[in-house]
Design a protein around this ligand. Structure first.
Ligand code: HEC
Length: 133
């Protein structure tokens, strides 16, 4: 078959060729965390604590400020009021399928809430929690 149609088929099906699964994204983040902290094991419980922590060190109080206390529900940006689709992959199959997108938003949102970027361990914990929802 013509290459063009194979590529087109992927787009029509909604599965870009470079897409990953949340499981693969998690594995990649977990490996990165183990590189900086050998023996590290991700914890969904710590991920939930990060999601719920009210730190007040950044502009937004917590992740829940925009993503609501239930990441399976749609949220709203606290400044722009823009709708944010659910963060949990069980409620939104586009989530955690594109590492560049995931890293970009971790960078932005961790700064927004924590006033710093998240560590590799925090990212692995967070995705462990999201996968569990
Ligand atoms: C100021 C509002 C806001 C806050 C606070 C916020 N987020 Fe987000 N988040 C967004 C927006 C906007 C997007 C991207 C829009 C979209 O993809 O729907 C997003 C997307 C993400 C994504 C991308 C997931 C994917 O695969 O699409 C991750 C990861 C994420 N947020 C993590 C966090 C974490 C962790 C926190 C808390 C430390 C947090 N967010 C706090 C607004 C926020």
């Amino acid at each position: 078959m013509n290459k063009f149609f194979v590529i087109l088929a992927f787009f029509v099906a909604g599965f870009p060729v470079w897409a990953s699964t949340p499981g693969q994204i998690f594995e990649q983040l977990h490996r990165a965390a183990r590189e900086v902290a050998p023996g590290f094991s991700a914890s969904a419980q710590r991920g939930e604590a990060l999601f719920r922590a009210k730190l007040g060190t950044g502009e937004a109080e917590s992740c829940m400020t925009c993503h609501t206390p239930d990441a399976r529900r749609a949220g709203q940006h606290f400044r722009t009021n823009k709708l944010i689709e659910p963060l949990a992959p069980s409620a939104n199959q586009a989530r955690f399928t594109d590492m560049a997108h995931v890293e970009k938003w971790f960078r932005r949102n961790c700064r927004e809430v924590l006033g710093r970027t998240c560590t590799a361990q925090e990212k692995a914990d967070f995705v462990a929690y999201m996968k569990l929802l």
